[in-house]
Design a protein around this ligand. Structure first.
Ligand SMILES: Nc1nc2c(c(=O)[nH]1)N[C@H]1C(S)=C(S)[C@@H](COP(=O)(O)O)O[C@H]1N2
Ligand SMILES: [Mo]
Length: 512
C-alpha cells in the first residue's frame, strides 16, 4: 500500500510529538538556566514582554479593554497556542529528514536571544538562557527524530523495539521537561518577595491619615468601599512577571539636574519621617464608567523631603523615573514637589509585589502612566526634550492631569429594579481638585443634584447617591460631576488615548 516515499516518511503523529517535545525541552532548558541567572531572561517571558512593548498602542488598548487584568494571561495562552502549532508544523515539515525542524528550532532560539537582548532588565550573560533553549531544542529535535526514524519493518513491526525505544526516549524527554520546568521555578522562587515583605513588617506612619468617616461611602447602596483593599486595588502595568526586587537589595539613585546626587537604600527610606496619605489613583486607560480607579492609604516619604536633600536645580522640568524592569515615566517637577510621594506601603502593609514593592511613586492628580512608577530605582531630573517616557513614545500624552469623572455603580446595567423611588449610587473623582457636585438625570429629563458622601480630601474620590422617581419601563440614567474649580464635565465622548476619556457615564435598566 505504501509507496517507497511514504515508507521513508515519519508517521504523522510521531513527527508531531518530536516537534512538540523539542519545543517543550527548549523552553524548560531556557527557564532553568534563567532561574539561576535572571528570571526575566526566561525566553517565554522575554518574548512575551518584548511582544507587549512592540504591540501597537491600539491593540494594547483593545487588549486592556477586552480582557482587563487578564490581558497577560490571554497573551501567554495565545503564545503557548502559537508555539504548539509551530512545534507541530516543525515536526510535520520534517517527516523526510530532521533539517527543516532543526532550522526552525534555531530560528526560534534566535528569537529568544533577540528578545532577551531587547529587555532592559537583562544583561549580556543572560543570553545563556535562550542560548540553552536553542541548543537543547535543536539537540532534542535531532535525537528524537533519529529515534523515531528507525523504521518499523516486517521484523520490527509497529509494536516492536524501535517504537518502544522512541516511546521511552519521548517519555524521558517529557520527564526532563517537567523536572527542569519545576526546578527552574523553585530556584527562581528563592528570591522570595513575600519573605522580604514580612521582614519589613507592618508600617505605621509618624503622621497618620485622618480616619475615614463611616459615612464616606454608600457601600450599602452599591458603591465601592471608600478604601480599596490591597487585593482589590486595580493593577495596570506592562509586565508578565512581577519583578523580584527585595527590600534588602533595593537602591534608588537620584541624579541629573540636582546639586547633589543621592543613593538611597530601603533602610534609608524607612528611617525617614513616614507620612500616610489617602489617595485615589486612576489609570488613563479607564473608559467612561470603567474600573481602573482605587483608593488606598499610601505610606511613604514626601518626595519634597528627599529632593530637598538633593537640591533640584531651577531649570529641571521633568522627573524622569525608571523602574527596575526599564519602564519609564516623565512627571512635571512642580507636581512632584507639591504632592509627590515615594510610597513604601499601602493600608499599613508594605506594598504588595504587584503594586511596586519595595518602593513606588504616587502623585495624586496625575494619571498613573505619567506619575506612578512602580519598583522605581532611578530618578533623573532633566528637561522634557531630553528623554521621552515609555507611553509618550507610543502616542500617549506628555501631560496627563486626571479629568473630572463620575461613574454609576448601581443599578447595574440591564438590571431590573422595583418601580417608584429608585436609588442611583456611584462615585466621582477629580483629583486634586475634589468633587463639589454630582447630578443625575433619567431619560434626558431635568438634572437632579445627588447627595454627596462626606468629603475625605481633594485627592480622593467621593461617593454619591440620588433618588429618582421612575415609572415602570426601560430607563437610561446619566451622571455628571462638577469639581471644586467649578468645572462641569463635558458630555463630549473622547477615547482614553492620548490623555484620558471624557463623557458622561450612563446606565440602562428596567424598573418594573
Ligand atoms: N514599572 C511600572 N510602573 C507603572 C506601570 C508599568 O507598566 N510599569 N504602569 C503605570 C500605570 S499606567 C498605572 S495606571 C499605575 C497603576 O498602578 P497599580 O497597578 O498599582 O494600580 O502604575 C503605573 N506604574
Ligand atoms: Mo495607567
Amino acid at each position: 500500500m505504501d509507496s517507497q516515499g511514504d515508507a521513508r516518511r515519519l508517521p504523522f503523529f510521531r513527527s508531531a510529538v518530536v516537534g512538540v517535545l523539542a519545543v517543550a525541552a527548549a523552553l524548560a532548558a531556557g527557564h532553568l538556566v534563567a532561574s539561576v541567572l535572571n528570571p526575566s531572561a526566561s525566553p517565554f517571558f522575554a518574548v512575551g514582554s518584548t511582544a507587549i512593548d512592540l504591540t501597537p498602542t491600539d491593540l494594547k488598548e483593545f487588549a486592556v479593554r477586552q480582557f482587563g487584568t487578564n490581558d497577560k494571561l490571554v497573551l501567554l495562552t495565545g503564545m503557548a497556542v502559537v508555539l504548539l502549532v509551530f512545534a507541530v508544523i516543525a515536526g510535520l515539515l520534517s517527516r523526510r529528514g530532521p533539517r527543516p525542524g532543526m532550522v526552525l528550532a534555531v530560528m526560534l532560539g534566535g528569537l529568544g536571544i533577540a528578545a532577551v537582548l531587547a529587555r532592559p532588565d537583562t544583561s549580556f550573560v543572560d543570553i545563556l538562557a535562550p542560548g540553552a533553549s536553542l541548543v537543547v531544542g535543536a539537540g532534542v529535535f535531532y535525537m528524537l527524530h533519529t529515534r523515531a526514524s528507525h523504521k518499523d519493518t516486517v521484523d520490527t513491526p509497529a509494536e516492536g523495539p524501535s517504537r518502544r525505544q522512541f516511546l521511552y526516549t519521548s517519555a524521558g524527554v517529557a520527564v526532563g521537561v517537567g523536572v527542569a520546568g519545576v526546578g527552574g521555578q523553585l530556584i527562581a522562587d528563592r528570591v522570595n518577595i513575600e519573605d522580604s515583605r514580612t521582614a519589613v513588617g507592618s508600617l505605621v506612619a509618624a503622621e497618620q491619615a485622618p480616619a475615614i468617616p463611616s459615612d464616606a461611602d454608600f457601600a450599602q447602596l452599591g458603591t465601592p468601599r471608600f478604601l480599596t483593599s490591597n487585593r482589590d486595588f486595580y493593577r495596570v502595568d506592562t509586565l508578565l512577571n512581577v519583578p523580584r526586587l527585595r527590600a534588602e537589595d533595593y537602591v534608588l539613585r537620584i541624579h541629573g539636574a540636582v546639586d547633589k546626587e543621592l543613593t538611597l537604600r530601603f533602610a534609608d527610606i524607612r528611617r525617614m519621617r513616614l507620612v500616610e496619605r489617602t489617595i485615589t489613583m486612576t489609570c488613563v486607560s479607564n473608559e467612561v464608567g470603567g474600573p481602573y480607579v482605587s483608593t488606598s492609604n499610601f505610606i511613604g516619604v514626601p518626595l519634597r523631603d528627599i529632593l530637598d536633600q538633593a537640591g533640584v536645580k531651577p531649570g529641571a522640568e521633568q522627573l524622569f523615573s525608571t523602574s527596575v524592569d526599564g519602564w519609564t515615566a516623565g512627571t512635571p517637577v512642580a507636581d512632584v514637589l507639591d504632592r509627590g510621594l515615594l510610597a513604601i506601603g499601602m493600608n499599613g502593609e508594605p506594598l504588595p509585589a504587584e503594586h511596586g514593592f519595595p518602593a513606588r511613586m504616587v502623585v495624586p492628580g496625575l494619571y498613573g502612566f505619567v506619575s506612578a512608577t512602580k519598583w522605581v530605582v532611578d530618578m533623573e531630573f532633566n528637561k522634557f526634550a531630553d528623554k521621552q517616557a515609555y507611553w509618550l513614545k507610543r502616542g500617549w500624552g506628555r501631560t496627563a492631569p486626571i479629568k473630572t469623572q463620575c461613574r454609576i455603580d448601581s443599578p447595574n446595567g440591564f438590571a431590573t429594579v422595583r418601580p417608584g423611588k429608585v436609588t442611583v449610587a456611584g462615585v466621582a473623582w477629580a483629583q486634586p481638585r475634589g468633587i463639589a457636585k454630582v447630578e443625575v438625570r433619567a431619560d434626558n429629563g431635568p438634572w437632579t443634584p445627588a447627595t454627596l458622601a462626606t468629603d475625605v480630601n481633594p485627592n480622593t474620590w467621593r461617593m454619591w447617591q440620588a433618588q429618582l422617581d421612575l415609572a415602570p419601563g426601560l430607563h437610561t440614567v446619566e451622571c455628571r460631576a462638577t469639581d471644586k474649580s467649578g468645572y462641569t464635565q463635558t458630555d463630549q465622548r473622547v477615547a482614553p488615548i492620548p490623555d484620558g476619556a471624557t463623557g458622561w457615564h450612563s446606565t440602562t435598566f428596567t424598573s418594573g
